[in-house]
Design a protein around this ligand. Sequence first.
Ligand code: ADE
Length: 416
Amino acid sequence: MDYDIKDINLREKGKNRMAWAEQEMPVLRAIKKRFKKEKPLAGLRISACLHVTSETANLMDTLKVGGAELVICASNPLSTQDDIAATLVADYQISTYAIKGEDNKQYYKHLDAALAHNPIITMDDGADLVSMIHSSKKKFAVIGGTEETTTGVIRLRSMAEKGVLKFPVISVNDADTKYLFDNRYGTGQSTIDGIMRATNRLIAGSVFVVAGYGWCGRGVARRSAGLGASVVVTEIDPVKAIEAVMDGFRVLPMEEAASFGDFFVTLTGNTKVLRKEHFDQMKDGSIVCNSGHFNVEIDIPALEKISKQKRTVREFVDEYTLSDGRRINLLGEGRLINLASAEGHPAAVMDMSFANQALSAEYIAKEAANLENKVYPVPKIIDASIARLKLQAIGIEIDQLTNEQVKYLASWDMGT
Ligand code: ADE
């Protein structure tokens, strides 16, 4: 078995952390139990490009138990948990290509290794596998893929609209049981966790500037407010801006917020959200970080250009000194701070996200022949089944419609 990881001796720690995460993943456990009996993925080659974390390891285990032949590579150079990579190789015999801190060249080498597996199904977080398959000269036999994140879905939709997408992809991100929990509560908590671990700065009383009020931004705004920050939201979408206002946040152009923010977090999925004109106005000691998928939201080349000195002052903190002496602290090289300096989303939300992944892979295995080369939502029946399993696992019961209510909802002439 081929692999490229940091240190196989980290396996014990990885195994323990994987088991710790599993305790909070009852939905995935239930799926694994069924997969063990039914083997819905028997003999299917799956290449996964995901953040290599304790939660992902539980997904890999589930897919393997379901019969898949698996390979995994990192979906970000800084998000890999090296102990988890070690246990995947040593205890689960899953070819893993992921090393925390790998450079871009090694990152793409690892993607190549995952593609050399010649996948039938791809499982992406950011659409890198799909994008490489589409730009490769090699012919692939992929019948379908799944996509975990907003940024990846945007890339895939653009491919589908241009008519270049060569196989169907299920947008796991858009399942209700994914984005409402993972993006909002997962990113909300893990981003704050990453900032606190990297800086140990006090959030209470600070001005926290959140760029982007999508589901991830909503989560970060809410959690930073909960810790006592005064929160400013920046937006380009008028509806989201109204929503932020009515949720109780101040909404301003970045141009104005730049001069008085203490913390800046980008979660927009777009490029150069923080750029020279903003750095020019920031206070001495400002903290700047990103929790969007790619490291393009902060214009780091512009920051480098206006700096006379750069030094690493703590793990995951690079201090840039500008020519007038002001210091701007960039966290985690502008990469996903929740995975760079913390451990990503807690297992309880990844449970639902990865349940969607596992069931979407099964859906592709069964239905690929009936799908076109488009981006498909996770079928509603799968989404609802995950919600029901989660409720059951956490011991919460809900009401059922009476027969009269079913009839009422189906009628159009019973308004009075
Ligand atoms: N994305 C965000 N948090 C994650 C986690 N814990 N595992 C895998 N992918 C993630």
